[in-house]
Design a binder for this molecule. Structure first.
Ligand SMILES: Nc1ncnc2c1ncn2[C@@H]1O[C@H](COP(=O)(O)OP(=O)(O)OP(=O)(O)O)[C@@H](O)[C@H]1O
Ligand SMILES: Cc1ncc(CO)c(N)n1
Length: 269
């Protein structure tokens, strides 16, 4: 039997521990019954405790992977994750612009949920100027939204202000500010601003320390939902519900922050 399913491309880094990055994206795509293709930007030596080393690929190698996938398979949606440096960000942005690959979900991986900056100033500027304006949805976490807008985010109102600022300053179609790094009642509360206005996304807050890969998983799920024809609002709502379920079934592996469980209904024992 032949089957025709959408192809979704992730442009992101490898996480040797398997919890985030390309590995989380491909599992999320598989769960959503779309075919996952990948363009690797860097290789991290990482586990649930730390990132010990990062080796970037030449920008041309990243673009060559993208071209190979687009030329043959065709692509119904794209997501970007860890792009590492200004050169890779510029090369990927130029290619996406030329090919007009849409819908495009940009997870601006810049600051970890604990607040540590992962890429340098020039890379942040390139993301702002070249990539984010092309996005269908951009999905910063609390600290990334702060860095991109200058708004100090410590309340729901500030999340909304940052979403407005980012949408109008970049021209991006929709902004999703993620609240996994918020505290108290706002932990796990996200804010979406699209062309229809602002909406607060609230699911139950899951009491777990195993949250590695939530951001990658959410943006990959949104891209998969867009590829299968959902509206932006629906794709984000369903993506948020998926992450919540995956958090409920997160995995007790490793000594640190374990990963979410992408195939929760299949792995009960
Ligand atoms: N404890 C929790 N309960 C419910 N939802 C959560 C929880 N922690 C994170 N989330 C949700 O997970 C999604 C990812 O948000 P988060 O702020 O963790 O992103 P991130 O910092 O980019 O993730 P990552 O740790 O992968 O870098 C959001 O929808 C957020 O609300
Ligand atoms: C490769 C990679 N991408 C993204 C993240 C953010 O979770 C990570 N820890 N590692």
């Amino acid at each position: 039997m032949k089957s025709k399913i959408p192809v979704v491309l992730t442009i992101a880094g490898s996480d040797s521990g398997g919890g985030a990055g390309i590995q989380a994206d491909l599992r999320t795509f598989a769960f959503h019954c779309v075919h996952g293709a990948s363009a690797l930007t860097c290789v991290t030596a990482q586990n649930t405790v730390a990132v010990n080393r990062v080796d970037g690929l030449p920008p041309q190698a990243v673009v060559a992977q993208l071209d190979a996938v687009v030329d043959d398979l065709g692509v119904q949606a794209v997501k970007t994750g860890m792009l590492l440096n200004a050169e890779i960000i510029q090369a990927v942005s130029d290619r996406l612009q030329t090919l007009q690959l849409r819908p495009l979900v940009v997870d601006p991986v810049m600051v970890s949920r604990s607040g540590a900056q992962l890429i340098d100033r020039q890379a942040v500027e390139t993301l702002q100027q070249a990539l984010i304006p092309q996005a269908t949805v951009v999905t910063p976490n609390r600290y990334e939204a702060q860095l991109l807008t200058g708004v100090e985010i410590n309340s729901l109102e500030k999340m909304e202000e940052a979403a407005e600022t980012l949408k109008w300053q970049s021209g991006v179609q929709a902004v999703l500010i993620k609240g996994g790094g918020m505290t108290g009642e706002l932990r796990g509360v996200d804010v979406l601003l699209d062309d229809q206005g602002m909406v607060v996304l609230k699911t139950e807050c899951i009491d777990t320390g195993n949250t590695h890969g939530t951001g990658c998983t959410l943006s990959a799920a949104i891209a998969a939902n867009l590829a299968t024809g959902h509206s932006i609002r629906d794709a984000v709502h369903q993506g948020k519900n998926y992450v919540t379920e995956a958090l409920k079934w997160s995995l007790e592996i490793g000594q640190g922050t374990g990963p979410v469980g992408h195939f929760f209904p299949l792995c009960l024992n």
